[in-house]
Design a protein around this ligand. Structure first.
Ligand code: AMP
Length: 276
């Protein structure tokens, strides 16, 4: 496997996996999925400054390059590209014009992380422009991000197929995340409130009960600070109004909160069958 800091390996059928490193099985599953689409698979590791709201969050982001290279190679990546800030933002960080993410980028994650998705779209535009991929793979774990990238790519990179990878979880259902490595043992225990909330609504068939149960569990776990829990239409990303008591159909539950200083997000699909 090749490791390079400057991209010069253009191929016409690249299946590309952009990451911020601290690789885990969620990232590696995307690499393996990429292999189903192309004989050229590459992964980038770039901790993108424009998508971080706070400098301290950016600085605290885990960086484990040596281990990442071994894991990427084992998962079957042909290359790992670790660009410099200069390669991505040659105009200098203070001169970067962010790509607007629109009103959907201001919802959910966008409320506490203002401009986060503008930063994400800005780096994706640069990464795509440099690598010219045929396929790009993103995890469902970041549902809002996947939605916004799909929408963006459809307009600006119609030749890039966006492929979604399922959320990879640990044996107790917690979605793998590079940020999990910042949790102490006690904090990790608290983080399991996320899969517990999911399990608690599994058998529920109407929206009202789902909402009440999710709020009850997520508000009452000591050590967990809920940011939001929203039930949305996966096709539009818009919230399903509380007034739609007799709603029937597939929904996506989006949730986020803090355990200590670590921000965690999750989401899952659910079939609402209405009152029974
Ligand atoms: P990140 O390094 O956090 O920016 O993530 C890079 C890519 O891996 C994104 O497309 C994420 O959605 C995806 N990803 C992160 N965690 C998971 C997971 N647990 N399961 C599946 N995909 C994931």
């Amino acid at each position: 496997m090749k490791h390079f800091t400057h991209f010069a390996d253009a191929v016409d059928d690249l299946a590309f996996v952009p990451t911020m490193g601290a690789l885990h099985d969620g990232h590696l599953a995307l690499v393996k999925e990429a292999r189903k689409f192309s004989s050229h698979v590459g992964l980038s590791i770039y901790v993108n400054p424009t998508q971080f709201e706070s400098k301290s969050d950016l600085e605290k982001y885990p960086r484990t390059l040596e281990k990442d290279l071994l894991l990427a190679e084992k998962a079957g990546s042909d290359f790992v590209w670790t660009p410099s800030v200069d390669e991505i933002y040659p105009e200098g960080m203070s001169n970067v014009t962010l790509i607007p993410a629109g009103s959907l980028g201001e919802l959910y994650e966008g409320v506490s992380r203002h401009n986060h998705f503008s930063g994400v779209l800005t780096v994706i535009e640069r990464l795509f422009r440099i690598t010219n991929p045929r396929y790009a793979l993103f995890g469902e774990k970041d549902f809002q991000q996947l939605f916004l990238i799909r929408k963006f790519a459809k307009t600006y990179f119609p030749n890039v197929s966006i492929i979604a990878g399922k959320t990879i979880r640990d044996e107790r259902g917690l979605a793998l995340s590079s940020r999990n490595s910042r949790l102490t043992e006690d904090e990790l225990e608290i983080a399991y409130v996320l899969p517990e909330a999911q399990a608690a609504v599994k058998e529920l068939t109407n929206l009202g009960e789902m909402r009440a149960t999710l709020h009850h569990i997520l508000h009452n776990r000591v050590g967990f600070t809920l940011d939001y829990v929203e039930i949305v239409d996966p096709e539009t990303l818009l919230p399903i109004p509380t007034s739609s008591a007799d709603f029937i159909g597939r929904v996506q539950v989006l949730l986020a909160g803090w355990v200590g200083s670590v921000r965690l997000i999750d989401n899952f699909a659910h079939e609402v069958k209405g009152q029974e």
